[in-house]
Design a protein around this ligand. Structure first.
Ligand SMILES: NC(=O)C1=CN([C@@H]2O[C@H](COP(=O)(O)OP(=O)(O)OC[C@H]3O[C@@H](n4cnc5c(N)ncnc54)[C@H](O)[C@@H]3O)[C@@H](O)[C@H]2O)C=CC1
Ligand SMILES: CC(C)CC(=O)C(=O)O
Ligand SMILES: [Mg+2]
Length: 359
């Protein structure tokens, strides 16, 4: 198969985990006789250094001419967020990319890996006999991230506001996606909102309820977001598909990383309505561990597996990567974020060597 993939490593650990993922891509090409054209683009702080902006036209061009986008992460250390290089980096890069291609829904799976049960902070009794297997569907183009953001001074008082907005069409897209996904799974959708206070949430709840009538086999439940955050840790196996707004989804999907045990294991996929997609780890650029060859590359590698499955329909190829990750973990190889005995942890490149050996 001949397909083009945009490779946007970005900042922090992005380039390190992307480099290892490219080794996996090469192995898949060799083993299954495919040829992928990898077109590289700068984004985030890395682009700012080279082009003086966070999302140059050349990168947009690369993305427009590809069949799928594999993204690393962007952003610098929080303490440097006012510097010229990092100011508004995330807004100008990943948010602009999502907006440009209208990536309206973001899929973030969260499950317990049986071979990593020792690092899952949840008790066996909480995990339960059937384990935990949740898919979070996060709306990606509305809410407070895309409303007006403003800081100002009135009567010598510093003020700021961020406006959250939704329209029914935006909610309908993720609603349909969630019900369709639930039909392939356990037929349950939990819609998470703050409808006891927010008008955007009241609209959210109304639309989810209306759309649910088109999917009579799927059970729809509504849950308030504060309760949901707690339910993740006391009864996570109740969830199948969880659908929520942009901000709540951002926060809850990081919280859900506690289920496998590390953000370094969490891949994600973002789709537009035409099916074009961007794949990226759920976590960020982890600046404090960047450049040390200690980051976990699995989230990035599994994001590539999602790309193979969802964008290229290469199921056997994707399964071979997922199986290799499981075999590697089962054999006891761990990076430091998933290793209880840190002295036994192996590096980013060493764990990739092991994964490659199982493909
Ligand atoms: N899509 C994106 O590009 C995102 C970018 N960011 C940016 O990343 C920067 C750092 O943000 P944080 O809040 O610290 O979030 P983060 O997700 O980068 O890190 C949170 C924690 O998870 C750990 N972690 C994350 N990925 C890991 C991996 N692959 N292996 C091992 N450990 C891993 C980090 O070491 C840290 O302890 C900020 O500039 C932020 O804006 C944050 C989230 C998403
Ligand atoms: C710029 C942020 C909204 C990125 C992020 O935290 C995420 O997508 O999870
Ligand atoms: Mg996030």
């Amino acid at each position: 198969m001949k397909k083009t993939i945009s490779i946007l490593p970005g900042d922090g650990i992005g380039p390190e985990v992307m480099e290892q993922t490219i080794r996996i891509i090469k192995k898949i090409e060799n083993k299954f006789d495919h040829y992928f054209t990898l077109n590289h683009g700068y984004i985030g702080g890395a682009a700012f250094e080279k082009y003086g902006c966070h999302f140059p036209d050349t990168t947009l061009h690369v993305c427009k001419n590809s069949d799928a986008i594999l993204f690393g992460s962007v952003g610098g250390p929080i303490l440097e967020s006012h510097s010229v290089k990092w100011k508004d980096c995330e807004k100008n890069s990943i948010l602009a990319l999502r907006k440009n291609f209208q990536f309206s829904s973001n899929i973030r799976p969260a499950k317990v890996y049986p071979e990593l049960q020792d690092i899952c902070p949840l008790k066996d009794s909480v995990i339960g006999e059937n384990g935990i297997d949740i898919v979070i569907v996060r709306e990606l183009l509305g809410d407070i991230y895309f409303g007006e953001h403003k800081s100002y001074i009135i009567d010598n008082i510093r003020k700021a506001h961020d406006i959250s907005e939704y329209d029914e069409k935006q909610i309908e897209i993720v609603a349909h996606q969630s019900f369709k996904l639930a039909k392939l799974r356990k037929n349950k959708v939990t819609s998470v909102d703050k409808a006891n206070v927010l008008d955007t949430s009241k609209l959210w709840r109304t639309i989810l309820t209306e759309i649910s009538k088109e999917y009579p086999d799927v059970t729809l439940e509504h849950m308030l977001v504060d309760n949901c955050a707690m339910q993740f840790f006391i009864n996570p196996s109740q969830f199948d598909v969880l659908v929520t707004a942009n901000l709540f989804g951002d926060i809850l999907s990081d919280a859900a990383a506690a289920i496998p045990g590390s953000l370094g294991l969490m891949p994600s996929a973002s789709f537009n309505v035409k099916g074009f997609a961007l794949y990226e780890p759920s976590g960020g650029s982890a600046p404090q561990i960047a450049g040390k060859n200690i980051a976990n590359p699995i989230a990035q590698i599994l994001s590539f597996a999602m790309l193979l499955k969802q964008s290229f329909h290469l199921i056997e190829e994707a399964n071979s990567i997922e199986q290799a990750v499981h075999s590697t973990l089962k054999a006891g190889y761990r990076t430091q974020d998933i290793c209880l005995n840190k002295s036994k942890a192996i590096t980013t490149s060493e764990i990739t060597d092991k994964i490659l050996s199982f493909i």
